[in-house]
Structure formats: structure tokens, C-alpha cells
Design a protein around this ligand. Structure first.
Ligand code: UD1
Ligand code: MG
Length: 511
């Protein structure tokens, strides 16, 4: 058995990425759930390197802060001036003077690179005992990239940059992906011999290959099976193209595990999202961050979920959610907005034009229409009437509302927190609830209605309304003459009014 190799990973991320035309350093641009450099570090993670060094320069503070979040074990090394990829690796190695074995160097802007490919490169390199191995790819359009120059026997001779290449060399379509494995001792030695005698006056890491070949050291080329993996990102058009490729890759992988994507071209799933078998994602849907979709759930069309957990069998339609939890068989939307810590239990319902924030909605409880639920706890099997507002903010502080189980609150209620509505309680439509409603009570908090008879006839004489009123008066007279007494009509109306707040509220809310 061969000796276990110690490994060091070096990621080059000091460049500005001028063509991105961005205040954000290039390697921090996001691509379906990770930054560019985040993708590269993820591809290198299975190497289980002893040390990871990231060379930072442009936007160093921002890049460092990001690394602290995603790769706290990595060492950031500052390259104050970008004097070339060779210079960058040289100072990276200065930070790990005791490194032995293999050093894997990766450009920070190659987000489609797969871990399997990096592994295969390193295994080929270590297996052959090479001094250096470069990841190469045959590409349709090699412009701007370094070319792999081979001798008559097909052995690597050197890598030449486009700008330093001859006409014949420019015709080569085998390119340097910017991913390499080196024997660290021989790399150090060669880096010390780099010149800046090239079109950019920089220390080129790629020149290490020519130097090693001249010294008779064994070097290798590992050709990537899928050239898309080696695509770098230089501007936002390329970034968009990479995003589409990544989308297709992610979508295909989920479909192969048993997830239905009804329109993969408009479905954007971050690499950090998880979906269970038989989940169905309808068109124009974005699933981001730590979102998890349970088995049999239906999400979409037109849904954006960020860090949101959707339980088995739940449905989410035309809605936006951030940091929310949707319980099993719960239903959301169309047109709902779930904000952080909105938690819907099993079979809960949040309907149309409803916003929920930092609230629990208990098992089977419903908030069907036009409502804001903020900082509330709602028990089980309760129903919140349409067009209600949980008034949580006194202008300085937030307060909680507690609604019990099996409660029926009327339409158009304001719950002025802190306030509680007990189990089995009702509230009347149009109430402003500022005091607790005990269990089983009916809370009524609204002015009583008063009708001023004949007001329109007197005050708005000659209008269409007055004429309609007059016609109605005559029709009622006719009906009365035909036998129906006015008192019967009043009795029915009065009865409705007596229980109206209860049944009226309930009806509106449950519908
Ligand atoms: C480099 C390679 C080229 C290869 C291409 C693949 C060299 C000389 N050329 O060219 O053969 O085909 O990548 O994409 O290496 N960086 C630093 N410090 C520096 C210079 C660069 O950290 O001083 C970083 C950049 O941020 C980037 C990476 O190194 O992540 C590559 O640099 P870049 O300028 O993009 O090199 P290319 O011209 O693309
Ligand atoms: Mg580049």
C-alpha cells in the first residue's frame, strides 16, 4: 500500500473580475445557493485536505468574511497585488511551510467543477507519481484560455496562454481548466524559477509545466469528461450561462431520484435544497437555501421558497415564503406570504392574500382570506375570519396574540395585542378586540348599527339612489297590501341581528 498523501488545497480568489463590473468580488457572486468560491471549495471538500489556503486580494475583507462563514478552517492569505497565478500560489505555499505530498490548486471561478473530477485528477496524479498534473478539456471555443501544447508523442510540453500563443497554438482546442495537482516540493522549486517574461508581465503558474518538462520531471494531463465542468466565469453573461447549466444538472438529478418537475426550464433549485420522492414542483418555481420539500408535496406554480420546510402532502401555490414551516398536508396560497418563523401545523391553511410572520397556526386551523397574522399563536381547528389584522406593534414594541383551539373569529377583526381569545370562543364581525375573550364567550366590540329612516329621500332628493329607494318603498307597500305584514319581515331581521355576530362571522370566515 502506498503512503497516505498529505494534501493541501489552494484556491485562487484574489482577482478582481473586472468584466463582472461589480462592487462584489467575482468569487462572491451567487450561483444557485453558493458563491462561486463556495462551489469550488465544495468540489475540493472530499479531498479531505489537511490545509486549505484561499488567496484573497480584491475585496479581501468581503471574501474573508464569507470564508469565515462557509469554510472557517480555511486560511486566507492576502495577495496585495495581483502579480499572476504563479505569484499567488507562491505566497499561498509560504503560509504552509510544512506542507508535504500533494497540493491541489483551483481557480476560484469554476463553479461547475465536480468533486468526482477533482478526485479523479488527484488520483491520476498520485497514482502516476507525477510532479504536476493539469485538468484539461476539449472545448468548442478555446478563446482566452491557456492551451495544452503536446509533443509528437502526445506528451505535455507546456501550457501557453492565448495572448502568448502562436497562430498554430491558438488552433488547439484542448485547454487548461485552471485546476491542478502538484507535488509540493517540486512545485516550490519550480515557482522559484518563474519569470515574468510574457505579454502580461506576470508570474504564470502555467509556466511551471514547461519548467518541469525541461527538467525531465514527469507531468500529466487529466482530461475532463464533461468540458462544461471546466467553464470559468468572467462576466455576467457567462454567469447566467453557468447558472442555466447548473440548473439543468440539479433538476436532472432530482428527477432521477423520483421528484416531478413539470417545467424544468423554469424551475430553479439551489444545490442546498432537499426534496423527497414524489414531490411535484410546478412551473416557475424557485427553491432556495435550506428549503426542504416533503414527499407528495405540491409546490408551484409561481412559488419562491427560501429556507422553508414543506411537509409531506402539503400544497403551496403562487406564494412567497422565507424561513417558514408548512406542516404535513397543510395548504398555502394562492397569493400567500409566509415570513420568518411562520409555522403551520399539520393540515393548517393559509389562504389568499394572507401574510403570516412569527406565528404558530395549529393543527387544522385556517386563515383563509385577506389577513395579517403577526406574532400570534393560534390553537387547533380554529378559524380566523376574513380581512383580520393581528395588531402586533404599538409603535415601539411587538406583542403577541393568543387564539385558542376551536375558536371562530369574525370577519374584519383587529386583535390588538397583547390579547387572548379563549378556546371555543367567538368574536363578532367588525370587532376591535382589545380585551381578552374568555373560553366559550362571544366577544363583540363594535358600535351598534342605527338606521336613519328616509335619510336619502330627504338629503339626496333627485338622485338615482333616492329614486331607487322610492321604488323599493312602493314595492314594499304593494307587498304589504297583498298580505305580508311588515312585522314578520322585522321579526326575521331582528332575529338575524341577535345572533348575527356569531353565525354571520362564522359563515364569512369559514367559507
Ligand atoms: C488562467 C490560466 C489559463 C487557464 C484559465 C482557466 C494562468 C497564467 N492562466 O488564465 O491557462 O486556461 O485560467 O480559467 O494561470 N488570481 C489570483 N492572483 C493573481 C492572478 C489571478 O488570485 O495574481 C486568481 C483569479 O482570481 C482567478 C484565477 O487566479 O480565480 C485565474 O486568474 P485569471 O486572471 O482568471 O487567469 P486566466 O487569464 O483566466
Ligand atoms: Mg479567468
Amino acid at each position: 500500500m502506498s503512503q497516505p498523501h498529505l494534501r493541501t488545497v489552494v484556491v485562487l480568489a484574489a482577482g478582481e473580475g473586472k468584466r463582472m463590473k461589480s462592487a462584489l468580488p467575482k468569487v462572491l457572486h451567487p450561483l444557485l445557493g453558493r458563491t462561486l468560491v463556495g462551489h469550488v471549495l465544495t468540489a475540493a471538500a472530499p479531498l479531505a485536505a489537511d490545509r486549505t489556503v484561499v488567496v484573497v486580494g480584491h475585496g479581501a475583507d468581503q471574501v474573508r468574511a464569507h470564508l469565515t462563514e462557509i469554510a472557517p478552517a480555511a486560511t486566507a492569505v492576502l495577495q496585495a497585488e495581483q502579480l499572476g497565478t504563479g505569484h499567488a500560489v507562491r505566497i499561498a505555499l509560504d503560509a504552509v511551510p510544512d506542507a508535504t505530498g500533494t497540493v491541489v490548486v483551483l481557480n476560484g471561478d469554476v463553479p461547475l467543477l465536480r468533486a468526482e473530477t477533482v478526485n479523479a485528477l488527484v488520483e491520476a496524479h498520485e497514482g502516476a507519481g507525477s510532479a504536476a498534473t493539469v485538468l484539461a478539456a476539449e472545448v468548442p471555443d478555446p478563446s482566452g484560455l491557456g492551451r495544452i501544447v503536446r509533443d509528437a508523442d502526445g506528451r505535455l510540453e507546456r501550457i501557453v496562454e492565448q495572448r502568448d500563443a502562436t497562430e498554430a497554438q491558438r488552433a488547439i482546442r484542448e485547454i487548461n481548466a485552471g485546476i491542478y495537482a502538484f507535488d509540493v516540493a517540486r512545485l516550490r522549486d519550480a515557482l522559484g524559477k518563474l519569470s515574468t517574461d510574457n505579454d502580461q508581465g506576470e508570474e504564470y503558474l502555467t509556466d511551471v509545466f514547461g519548467l518541469l518538462v525541461s527538467a525531465g520531471e514527469p507531468v500529466g494531463v487529466h482530461v475532463a469528461a464533461d468540458h462544461a465542468e471546466t467553464l470559468g466565469c468572467n462576466d455576467r453573461v457567462e454567469l447566467a450561462a453557468l447558472r442555466r447549466l447548473m440548473r439543468d444538472r440539479v433538476n436532472e438529478a432530482w428527477m432521477r431520484t423520483g421528484v416531478s418537475l413539470l417545467d424544468p426550464a423554469t424551475t430553479w433549485i439551489d444545490v442546498t435544497v432537499a426534496l423527497d420522492r414524489d414531490a411535484v414542483v410546478d412551473q416557475n418555481t424557485q427553491l432556495r437555501g435550506g428549503t426542504v420539500i416533503g414527499t407528495g408535496a405540491l409546490v408551484g406554480p409561481d412559488v419562491t421558497l427560501v429556507d422553508t420546510v414543506v411537509g409531506a402532502g402539503a400544497t403551496v401555490i403562487r406564494s412567497h415564503a422565507v424561513g417558514a414551516e408548512v406542516g404535513p398536508n397543510a395548504s398555502v396560497g394562492p397569493y400567500a406570504y409566509l415570513r420568518p418563523a411562520a409555522r403551520l401545523a399539520e393540515q393548517a391553511k393559509v389562504g389568499t392574500f394572507v401574510e403570516v410572520k412569527n406565528s404558530e397556526i395549529g393543527v387544522g386551523s385556517k386563515v383563509p382570506h385577506l389577513t395579517y397574522v403577526g406574532d400570534a399563536t393560534i390553537g387547533e381547528q380554529s378559524n380566523i375570519g376574513a380581512a383580520s389584522v393581528f395588531v402586533n406593534y404599538d409603535g415601539v414594541r411587538k406583542h403577541r396574540t393568543v387564539i385558542g383551539s376551536h375558536a371562530r373569529t369574525g370577519a374584519d377583526n383587529m386583535f390588538v395585542a397583547p390579547v387572548e381569545v379563549g378556546d371555543g370562543a367567538y368574536t363578532a364581525a367588525g370587532s376591535v378586540i382589545i380585551e381578552n375573550v374568555p373560553p366559550g364567550a362571544m366577544g363583540v366590540a363594535r358600535a351598534r348599527q342605527r338606521n336613519i329612516e328616509g335619510w336619502v329621500t330627504k338629503r339626496r332628493a333627485g338622485t338615482a339612489a333616492a329614486e331607487a329607494a322610492e321604488r323599493a318603498r312602493r314595492a314594499a307597500e304593494g307587498a304589504s297590501n297583498a298580505g305580508l305584514t311588515a312585522s314578520e319581515g322585522e321579526a326575521i331581521h331582528g332575529d338575524t341581528e341577535a345572533v348575527g355576530p356569531a353565525s354571520g362571522a362564522g359563515d364569512t370566515a369559514t367559507d
